[in-house]
Design a protein around this ligand. Structure first.
Ligand SMILES: [Ca+2]
Ligand SMILES: [Ca+2]
Length: 502
């Protein structure tokens, strides 16, 4: 039934007053910029609903039909997806952001009785030690108040992870990064490189696999995606090093291999490890890497995406649709969307009606070429708006993941750090233009490339020995020609010789 005019008028008047007193600047629906996208049988509307944000790290559907989201600088807000109106709920003051001022968040599923929010963020102590905090806040109808520190674990400049979810049996699952400390990943006394499982008050459940430890599963590198399927299977998405980003199904007590195994057990030292240690291999792995971030299970009204994991990627700048089998245990297909259209994508959120929201991450520490754009960062809605008539349907050409030219190899393996212009990122990734190594002797450069290096301060470089000689030859020759004062090519046979010697 339509409301009488005066009720509408009073309500809009009240809304205007509210807006005036709190300074909100609501975006009207008609201001939103919408594009159409066709899948095989479905027409989608792709609409930017928020602009000028600062790396929205976590988005989660709220009990009031708004999207609750965190940003890089310690803020928690909610956005009404119908109007674009944003309401700030909390500014955390003691967050620490060097590269990633990370902000994972999950809402209590029993909201009516427990209007609580769990937030994970990094903090730096006065003695310069970085820690990762798990803090619970309570919502009073307007803001998040009464912080309670549930747990704190060691943190680092990067490699912190993280993502939080709450299970059906009301446990908090927390994916943590390896902190670049490989020795402790498989030790249940340490919190790094794991999925931790806690009671919602921060205590350790009695039925965890290692008594007295929050460790639930181990052997992860940098997980930023964690999601339950409808059947209650838990999936995790993590960043590999030079190879093998992974999506895994997480089970109690599982060993997921890192740092002994990257992806599948296919190298001699990996086989040696997996023969002696019960190991779980990925549901899906990617080389070249794509840098997977937030992930959600989808079972909404877009038929092409039903029973799939939706995965946002940073380096590859895409949304991946990972189709699952009936049991929701295996990944049986993959579609790639929006490649390089919106830049880096940090998180995915699914509404109860089946709309999908993605957030960009172009104002973080590692923006790709051509980003950020003026309106970054953004939250973008993807919703079903129509059906293509049966006689007009065509199988859409999928975006191909694999490219082979020297430029494409460089883009796949080198560009996310050294950048398309070879200039790198100051303080993190060295410039190839001024690199004495790239310009220097082959018998120094090639062993370095094959084995990589560890760096105490910077990122170090992973070894690229897994690439065949021909591809290494193409990449190095290309990088020299493009960026270096030494433009001499290096042949595959020379690389093969240096491989044997080193
Ligand atoms: Ca693994
Ligand atoms: Ca492997």
């Amino acid at each position: 039934m339509r409301k009488p005019f005066y009720v509408t008028a009073i309500l809009s008047g009240m809304a205007a007053l509210l807006i005036a007193s709190f300074g909100y600047r609501p975006q009207q629906l008609q201001d939103f910029n919408t594009e159409k996208l066709e899948l095989d049988s479905t027409i989608l509307d792709v609409t930017t609903i928020a602009e000028n944000l600062n790396v929205p790290w976590e988005m989660t559907w709220g009990p009031d039909n708004t999207i609750w989201f965190t940003d890089h600088d310690g803020k928690v807000s909610k956005i009404d997806p119908k109007t674009g109106q944003i309401t700030e709920l909390l500014q955390i003051k003691d967050y620490y952001r060097k590269r990633l001022g990370l902000m994972s968040m999950v809402l209590h599923p029993d909201w009516k009785t427990n209007p609580q929010v769990f937030i994970n963020y990094t903090h730096i102590r006065p003695d310069s030690v970085i820690i990762s905090k798990l803090v619970r806040y309570t919502y009073n109808g307007q803001a998040l108040i009464d912080p309670v520190l549930l747990k704190q674990i060691p943190g680092y400049l990067g490699h912190n992870g993280s993502r939080l979810v709450i299970s059906r049996d009301r446990k908090l699952l927390w994916a943590t990064g390896d902190l670049k400390q490989k020795e402790t990943i498989h030790n249940p006394a340490f919190a790094n490189g794991k999925v931790l499982r806690l009671n919602l008050d921060g205590t350790i459940p009695n039925d965890n696999p290692h008594p007295g430890s929050p460790a639930w599963a181990m052997g992860f590198r940098v997980p930023q995606g964690l999601a339950y399927t409808k059947k209650g299977n838990l999936f995790i998405a993590e960043h590999g090093d030079a190879t093998d980003d992974e999506v895994n199904r997480v089970v109690k007590g599982g060993n997921y291999g890192w740092p002994y195994i990257a992806g599948f057990s296919d190298m001699p030292q990996e086989k040696n490890y997996s023969e002696n240690h019960k190991s779980i291999f990925p549901a899906k792995a990617w080389t070249p890497t794509i840098a997977p971030a937030g992930m959600e299970y989808y079972d909404g009204n877009i038929p092409e995406w039903k029973n799939a994991l939706l995965l946002s990627t940073l380096k590859d700048q895409s949304l991946r649709v990972l189709k699952l089998d009936k049991k929701q245990e295996k990944v049986i297909g993959e579609d790639i969307l929006f490649r390089q259209k919106f830049g880096r994508l940090r998180d995915v959120c699914v509404s109860p009606s089946g709309d999908v929201y993605i957030s960009t991450s172009n104002r973080d520490w590692n923006p790709p070429a051509n980003f950020p754009v003026k309106t970054d960062d953004r939250i973008i809605r993807i919703s079903k708006s129509g059906i293509i008539p049966k006689d007009k349907r065509t199988a859409k050409t999928k975006q191909k993941a694999d490219k082979q030219s020297a430029a494409a190899l460089f883009a796949s393996f080198c560009e996310s750090c050294h950048k398309a212009d070879g200039q790198g990122v100051q303080g993190s990734f060295p410039s190839l233009v001024t690199s004495s190594k790239l310009a220097g002797a082959n018998n120094v450069l090639i062993p370095f490339l094959l084995k990589g290096s560890q760096s105490a301060s910077g990122e170090g470089m992973p070894g690229f020995g897994f690439l065949p000689d021909e591809q290494l030859s193409e990449i190095v020759s290309y990088a020299r020609l493009k960026f270096s004062t030494n433009i001499n090519a290096i042949s595959a046979s020379e690389i093969s010789m240096l491989r044997v010697k080193n």
